[in-house]
Design a protein around this ligand. Structure first.
Ligand code: NDP
Length: 256
């Protein structure tokens, strides 16, 4: 197992990489979904690609966490709660989300899928290894610490917002349609991408509840991925739909 010192160097590099990715994504929208375009090499089928991209986040996290339990120390109650939260998100994201999407899903460039796998493996390592082997043992009293309780509340609220907003989008394709429509739900009244807002809130809650740099790194990475993508989606809506609601923002109500 890597030493804690090596882990911390990797974590610093991981933070630095998220900033690079953020800047790149501000100028180059990741070419999947509505931003798919030619010139990004071979593609893989949408739903299969989604499972292949996201399953490593669930499986690798479980592996690193359990390795810690086997080699370093038994997991405490609080670490097991974090394990469960992670898996609730990622089992759903990797295996159930693709089933809920209507139609076959747009093909995903292999290169993008590989980037996603690398991100998910790195993120699973940072968080799973931290919680399984390196973090100070959380006392059971952490479960009533305000940081945990507020973090858990944010995680749950973000999860619900993200899933409900994704469900609204899936329903726009009811009846076999394949194109895009303007989402008009209450969640979409203020922002174009409430699903991304929910995801960012969720991992902000994780960072607070775990009170860890690994959790903070995941939050920063999520924002680095999704803030530029929300801006790109919002611009795309404005270009595609002349009657798109002008008061709607991209991601943060009234602000961005
Ligand atoms: P999008 O909002 O781009 O799309 C979600 C689904 O809804 C896709 O199937 C998309 O189809 C469809 N859709 C979107 N808008 C419309 C519309 N106006 N009309 C009809 N259908 C629509 O989300 P992503 O695909 O980028 O992400 C999916 C989930 O994964 C989200 O919950 C997101 O938060 C999460 N995610 C998390 C990341 C992280 O870093 N933690 C990174 C990326 C995603 P199509 O594919 O054809 O566009």
């Amino acid at each position: 197992m890597p030493t804690p010192a090596l882990y911390h160097y990797l974590l610093i590099a991981w933070f630095a990489l998220s900033l690079v990715v953020f800047v790149v994504l501000l100028f180059v929208a990741a070419p999947y979904g509505r931003h798919t375009r030619r010139g990004w090499g071979p593609t893989i089928p949408g739903k299969l690609g989604w499972v292949a991209m996201e399953a490593p986040a669930s499986l690798a996290f479980a592996l690193f966490f359990l390795l810690g339990a086997l080699v370093a120390r038994p997991p405490g109650l609080v670490a097991l709660v974090f394990f469960a939260l992670w898996q609730v998100h990622y089992v759903d994201r990797a295996f159930l989300f693709p089933l809920r999407q209507r139609g076959p899903g747009r093909p995903i460039p292999l290169l993008i899928a590989l980037f996603a796998v690398v991100f998910n493996l790195g993120n699973a390592y940072m968080n799973g290894h931290w919680l399984g082997a390196l973090s100070p043992i959380y006392p059971a009293g952490w479960l009533i610490d305000p940081r945990f309780l507020i973090g858990l509340g944010l995680f749950a609220a973000g999860f619900v917002l993200n899933r409900r907003a994704d469900a609204v989008l899936a329903r726009l394709r009811a009846g076999g349609q394949t194109g895009y429509r303007v989402p008009m739900s209450r969640m979409h009244a203020l922002v174009s991408c409430p699903n991304y807002l929910g995801e960012i809130i969720e991992w902000g809650g994780w960072a607070l509840a775990t009170w860890s740099l690994a959790g903070l790194a995941f939050f920063v990475w999520t924002a680095a991925n999704l803030v530029p993508r929300a801006i790109a989606h919002h611009r795309w809506y404005l270009n595609e739909f002349p009657d798109y609601p002008r008061e709607r923002k991209a991601l943060i109500p009234f602000l961005l």
